[in-house]
Design a protein around this ligand. Structure first.
Ligand code: SAH
Length: 275
């Protein structure tokens, strides 16, 4: 893929439909891992689950509560959270393929009736006002054309006092225009800076209680991704074909170094005011 062929992705659902099962490289999750320090030798998949647990602890879901997971992928974080606490979880994704795959995984984990995933748009959620006890946006906000719109929707459907937790990339070192183009071709909107992101979060009506600034703790996900992709290449080629595996590797080789070198990561925990 030469730089001149780069086009911004407009159909994010179609983008994820196409990626499909290749997310197996990350154990079906579509988020980064977390390492405690530079000596931490934890393998990628375990580090990915660890971030789910860190985020899950921030959500602090209680038995009987109902969580909305906005941009839920194939439901791996929702399944993990649902295994730990007897709470209901509804996931929303814009990808048809993910809805089907998530539904299959939920059933396989014996969580039907507790966890469900449906097709929907984070910018226009099909839920009543104040209908969830907590709302999570786990590495999905980077796909929002208007981050404020997604967050206002999250706040609208959250009950008063509900936790709202999000993870998001932040620009640490300014991106060049050609790098922004690469991000857009990878279905990502360019990240905001720390302060800008927190302004958008605050302006949407979320009261921020805690910010975990962990760019350096998640960065090893990027080399870790290629390690696993290459280690499991034969199996992936058998399942998805050489062309798709090579295309994925090439796209990630252009995209991920930008994340590694210039982009950080925040876990923002807040709540909707009780008023
Ligand atoms: N939270 C999941 C997936 C993160 S990938 C995980 O950690 O595994 C980003 C997710 O956001 C994908 O599921 C994608 O379909 C979803 N997404 C992107 N745009 C969306 C939109 N407009 N509405 C709802 N979901 C969206």
């Amino acid at each position: 893929m030469s730089t001149t062929e780069l086009r911004p992705v407009e159909d994010i659902g179609g983008f994820y439909d196409q990626m499909g099962g290749l997310i197996e490289v990350m154990g079906g999750n579509i988020h980064v891992g977390y390492w405690h320090d530079d000596e931490d030798q934890t393998p990628l998949l375990e580090a990915i689950n660890r971030l789910t647990d860190i985020v899950g602890a921030k959500v602090d879901l209680q038995p009987g509560q109902h969580l909305l997971d906005v941009g839920c992928g194939v439901g791996m974080p929702a399944i993990r959270l649902g295994q730990r606490v007897e709470a209901r979880i509804t996931g929303v994704t814009i990808s048809d393929w993910q809805v089907q795959e998530a539904t299959r995984r939920i059933k396989a984990h014996g969580l039907r009736g507790q966890v469900e995933v449906e097709l929907g748009d984070a910018a226009d959620l099909a839920f009543e006002d104040e209908s969830f006890d907590a709302v999570l946006l786990f590495q999905s906000l980077q796909h929002a054309t208007d981050r404020g719109q997604w967050l206002r929707e999250a706040v609208r459907v959250a009950r008063r006092g509900a936790r709202v937790v999000l993870t998001e990339f932040i620009e640490e070192i300014p991106l060049r225009p050609d790098e922004v183009e690469i991000l857009r071709a990878g279905a990502m909107h360019p990240p905001l800076r720390y302060r800008e992101l927190l302004e958008v979060v605050g302006a949407s009506g979320i009261v921020v209680d805690d910010v975990l600034d962990c760019g350096d703790r998640i960065r090893r996900s990027y080399p870790g991704y290629f390690d696993r992709l290459d280690r499991h290449r034969d199996h992936l080629v058998e399942a998805f074909g050489e062309e798709r595996v090579d295309m994925q590797r090439e796209a990630m080789s252009t995209l991920l170094p930008i994340y590694r070198d210039k982009i950080g990561y925040l876990v923002v925990t807040g709540h909707k005011p009780r008023r």
